[in-house]
Design a protein around this ligand. Structure first.
Ligand code: 13P
Length: 345
């Protein structure tokens, strides 16, 4: 696939009014989420939840791309339609998570490196045949006493860049996700320092591996106070710090930045995105690639019961609508409280 195809897909993913839905929880994570909602966790319930999500009416008005997990891209809706085809039919670009998880980094206690490079070229070829047009690889950086180390930042940035280069070789747009976790009691300033260091290192490695920046999407954390910090930065402070951090670290050739929600409540993640877009225009599109921030409320509404399907669809659509409004800087917290609406965006 040629470069224009990569840039077209990247632009479609981060284009106006819509954002990405991360529905790529691994089996273990999805099972934990099902169990927490009181739903028996097994393959069929995982499949049913994903079917519920992708069959939400008009999902393509607010969602540009959906990240699938290996198990999902290989399975079908109840009517036999493969998930990637169902996404395409809904006007949503199908994507795939391709890393194989964050594993302990040798010689670096309490730190992790994301694995999955071995055999990645062949796996990408197969996913492309199944319809995937973009991929995701998530690196995880923890803030704590004496961490992150240079060793951890470097190992993860290198793996992200190797992954991104392999994706582009196969005509697949890489979502590059260096996530600095919000766990801990650190300050917003410390999160800023670590996020800036990791982004700079990641872009240095991307350049070294000859990744075409116009054909990728960055998926970073927002710059936040640690979850356990006594003093919590407000919405305006988070928006200003995040934009300043990105401006220092992310080349303007990158078409879009799609934030993860990372354990923020869905309301707060939405308010932060809205505040950032109100401060635009920016050198890149600022959109979302939320998992929990889009799906948690729908899962709680469904609780695995057929009679709740309509209600869960409404809740999912409403969260997508609210987040898409924030992506345009047109959100207000009252929208979250209103009856689910479906006005054009
Ligand atoms: P959250 O929005 O729940 O952080 O998920 C996004 C994601 O894809 C993490 O890798």
């Amino acid at each position: 696939m040629s470069s224009p195809d990569l840039t077209e897909t990247a632009s479609e993913l981060v284009g106006p009014g819509r954002g990405i839905l991360a529905a790529d929880e691994s089996r273990g994570t999805m099972d934990k989420r099902l169990e927490a909602a009181g739903i028996p966790a097994d393959g069929e319930m995982r499949r049913q939840f994903r079917e519920l999500v992708i069959t939400t009416a008009d999902i393509g008005r607010w969602i540009s791309g959906i990240i699938l997990f290996d198990e999902t891209i290989r399975s079908q809706l109840s009517d036999g339609t493969p998930f990637a085809d169902a996404a395409q039919r809904a006007g949503v670009v199908p994507g795939i998570k391709v890393d194989t998880g964050a594993k302990p980094l040798a010689g670096a206690p309490d730190e992790k490196v994301t694995e999955g490079l071995d055999g990645l070229r062949e796996r990408l070829e197969e996913y492309a045949q199944m319809g995937a047009r973009f991929a995701k690889w998530r690196a995880v950086i923890t803030i704590g006493d004496g961490i992150p180390t240079e060793q951890c930042l470097q190992a993860n940035a290198h793996a992200l860049a190797r992954y991104a280069a392999l994706c582009q070789e196969q005509g697949i747009v890489p979502i590059v996700e260096p996530e600095v976790l919000m766990d801990g009691d650190h300050s917003l300033e410390r999160c800023d320092e670590v996020t800036t260091a990791m982004l700079r290192r990641t872009f240095a490695e991307l350049a070294q591996q000859r990744v075409m920046l116009e054909g990728m999407v960055l998926k970073p954390n927002m710059v936040l106070s640690g979850k356990g910090a006594a003093e919590q930065a407000g919405v305006a402070e988070v928006a200003d710090a995040t934009i300043a951090c990105l401006r220092r670290s992310v080349p303007a050739a990158v078409p879009g930045v799609a934030f993860l929600s990372g354990g923020q409540s869905d309301d707060v993640a939405t308010e932060h995105l809205d505040a950032m877009n109100r401060r635009g225009p920016h050198p890149w599109e600022l959109t979302f690639s939320y998992g929990r921030g889009l799906l948690a409320a729908g899962l709680s509404e469904w609780v695995g019961k057929t009679e709740n399907l309509d209600g869960a669809h409404k809740v999912l659509a409403h969260r997508a609508y609210c987040t898409a409004m924030a992506r345009q800087g047109r959100y207000s917290p009252e929208m979250a409280q209103q009856e689910p609406v479906s006005e054009p965006v």
